[in-house]
Write a protein that binds this ligand. Structure first.
Ligand SMILES: NC(=O)c1ccc[n+]([C@@H]2O[C@H](COP(=O)([O-])OP(=O)(O)OC[C@H]3O[C@@H](n4cnc5c(N)ncnc54)[C@H](OP(=O)(O)O)[C@@H]3O)[C@@H](O)[C@H]2O)c1
Length: 289
């Protein structure tokens, strides 16, 4: 019989997973916390930090079933393998059900069931449907945009004096990964929510890409202006810069969705859940310069 664990966090080697593990350990120092990894070589470091490592790929139903044995609460962090995710998450859900976990929280996307974005929400929605069809007690953490996504492109914007995009005047309400991690920890450590509870999570503050470019100019002391493009031209520019076509298409689709308000929210569920304002996007931008 596998050791019992209070919590198991998937995607434990990832950027969000790492933050969740650290914050979970701080919030529940006496709890037994498991980390699910797919690469056995990642185990030693996590074990040295006091986590119990279980090894399974999202592609391996049998390994997942063993990995989830004896676990009370699971955080399923969505896979980074776009295109394979619905099947992979389905494997985790089936394994969680077989293992008899008490509660599973899943990191979805803002308004997954009503989003004008056409690429990213599809696999999240399929996962949400698989959860609804399962016998699990579950909650949906519908994470908005990560501020860090936007900050990743700042070096290129500074190099060219131009931030390119296809979001028009659409507003983004992003939050930092650490904020979404804190929300996951609050849900995992709090009273188990009612089956199917949905948390629409976004930052307290918002920007248009023109405002973001103006902030880069101000904080970096170098002029950057926003250059708005059609969705097709933006996808082509990203491909031209070396991104694989599906990634370029996904990013251009996300901007086109943002132009329609798909990444904007006035919902304050995130700051309410974490008991503090979300990290100001300017702060994340400043830290990334
Ligand atoms: N809301 C947003 O703006 C936004 C932005 C980016 C990503 N996301 C989503 O949020 C998730 C977490 O973000 P992140 O920044 O932490 O991503 P990340 O750093 O790329 O981490 C992804 C994690 O998933 C694991 N993983 C990938 N494929 C797997 C598989 N087949 N089996 C088991 N584990 C697997 C990776 O393991 P390895 O270390 O072995 O690769 C890694 O631990 C992403 O995966 C993506 O779905 C959302």
């Amino acid at each position: 019989m596998a050791q019992t664990l209070d919590f198991l966090v998937t995607g434990a080697t990832g950027q969000l997973g790492t933050l969740v593990l650290q914050q979970l350990k701080a919030a529940a120092p006496k709890a037994s916390i498991g980390a699910l990894v797919r690469r056995p070589e990642a185990a030693a470091e996590l074990e040295s930090q006091g986590f119990t490592v279980r090894v399974a790929s999202y592609d391996d139903p049998a390994a997942l079933e063993s990995a989830l044995a004896g676990v009370a609460k699971v955080l399923l962090i969505s896979s980074s393998e776009v295109g394979k995710r619905a099947a992979q998450h389905g494997n985790v859900i089936a394994a969680a059900e077989k293992a008899g976990v008490d509660f599973l929280a899943y990191t979805s996307i803002l308004r997954a069931d009503a989003s004008p974005l056409t690429v990213l929400p599809a696999e999240h929605l399929a996962t949400e449907k698989a959860l609804a069809a399962s016998g699990l007690t579950y909650a949906l953490l519908r994470n908005g945009w990560y501020t860090e996504n936007q900050v990743m492109g700042v070096g290129t914007a500074l190099e060219h004096g131009a931030l390119i995009g296809a979001a028009g005047d659409g507003r983004f309400s992003p939050a930092a990964r650490a904020d979404y991690a804190a929300a996951a920890v609050a849900v995992l450590t709090g009273e188990t929510p009612e089956r199917g509870t949905v948390y629409e999570l976004a930052g307290d503050e918002s920007y248009t890409l023109a405002e973001f470019a103006a902030a880069i100019t101000e904080l970096a002391g170098k002029p950057v202006s926003y250059v708005d493009m059609s969705q097709a031209d933006y996808a082509a520019a990203l491909e031209g810069a070396g991104l694989p076509a599906p990634v370029a298409g996904m990013l251009a689709d996300s901007d086109a969705g943002a132009a329609k308000g798909g990444l904007y929210s006035e919902d304050r569920t995130l700051s309410t859940l974490i008991g503090r304002p979300t990290t100001p996007w300017r702060e994340t931008l400043k830290a990334g310069l």
